[in-house]
Design a protein around this ligand. Structure first.
Ligand code: GLU
Length: 286
């Protein structure tokens, strides 16, 4: 471990520490994404804080470089500006590797050879403490010989952390108290990609983020990240704010069938970016 991950950020108080928006370049941003970006931006600027954009392109199967500039242009059009150049997770693998080495050195990692189907099957049996759908711990106590056998059979392992049973709670700025019992979650996938929870934790800490503001669909991931902050010896952001998702008229999560859901489609339909921006702020303030 270098000292990099242990940086102390003297300006961590939420008033001064930066906010961020962290899109994954897997397509155009839809209006719900743009609304989240606007709220995060406004929250940071209201505090007089810097605002950062981070490109979350660690998922090599789904991320495409060509979406990066499209998304940045959509953010500019809707009136979000940011400080400095956006960082890209694909250029930060050394930091994620360092974090994995620390977890490994502390005996907190193990290889998991399970397929999704196996996990589904094993997870349907009752497991006391663990929540539904949680990883049942199948590979937790494999012997070295068993692991060698599975590797020889050609199964690439994912890496999981020994977190099962840990109870983590926090007070979300918008959603209130959240408590969750963790399972042994994945920090490196079996295709070699670093997992979202690992990268986002390392990056929010490294960038000294004061407020993590994102969609409420990610509310459930925060306890995992808080566990990682703790185990990695990193200071967690002062505030987590999960904004309710924007819904279509039928009350369902925004999707293509709801019509014009990207800025481009709204502009093609004759609206101006300024009027879409007003609509998004209005719907956020309601
Ligand atoms: N990259 C994630 C997404 O686009 C957001 C992650 C975050 O804000 O923590 O859904």
């Amino acid at each position: 471990m270098t000292a990099r991950l242990d940086l102390f950020h003297p300006d961590r108080e939420p008033e001064a520490a930066p906010g961020r928006y962290a899109p994954s370049p897997t397509g155009r941003l839809h209006l719900g994404n743009l609304r989240t970006a606007l709220i995060a931006w406004r929250s940071a600027r209201d505090r007089g804080a810097r605002f950062l954009v981070r490109i979350e392109d660690i998922d090599t199967g789904r991320s495409r470089d060509e979406w990066i500039e499209v998304q940045l242009e959509e953010l500019r059009q809707i009136g979000v500006d940011w400080d400095g150049e956006p960082v890209r997770q694909s250029e930060r693998h050394d930091l994620y590797r360092e974090a994995l080495s620390k977890l490994e050195a502390d005996g907190l990692l193990y290889e998991c050879f399970c397929t999704r189907a196996e996990i589904r099957e094993a997870a349907s049996a009752p497991h006391g403490e663990l929540p539904e759908g949680a990883y049942p711990g199948t590979c937790r106590e494999l012997t070295e010989a068993e692991r060698a056998g599975r590797r020889a059979a050609g199964r690439p392992p994912a890496l999981r952390v020994r977190a099962a049973g840990a109870r983590v709670g926090f007070d979300d700025h918008l959603c209130g108290r959240v408590e969750k019992t963790l399972d042994d979650f994945v920090v490196r996938r079996n295709d070699g990609d670093f997992a979202y929870n690992l990268a986002v934790t390392v990056d929010d800490a490294d960038q000294g983020i004061g407020e993590v503001l994102r969609g409420a669909d990610l509310l459930d991931t925060t306890p995992r990240q808080l566990w990682l902050y703790d185990r990695l010896g990193l200071a967690a952001p002062a505030r987590f704010s999960h904004v309710p998702l924007m819904l279509g008229e039928d009350g369902e999560r925004l999707a293509k069938r709801h019509g014009a859901i990207t800025l481009e489609e709204r502009i093609e339909a004759g609206e101006s970016p300024a009027s879409v921006r007003r609509e998004l702020f209005d719907s956020a303030d309601r």
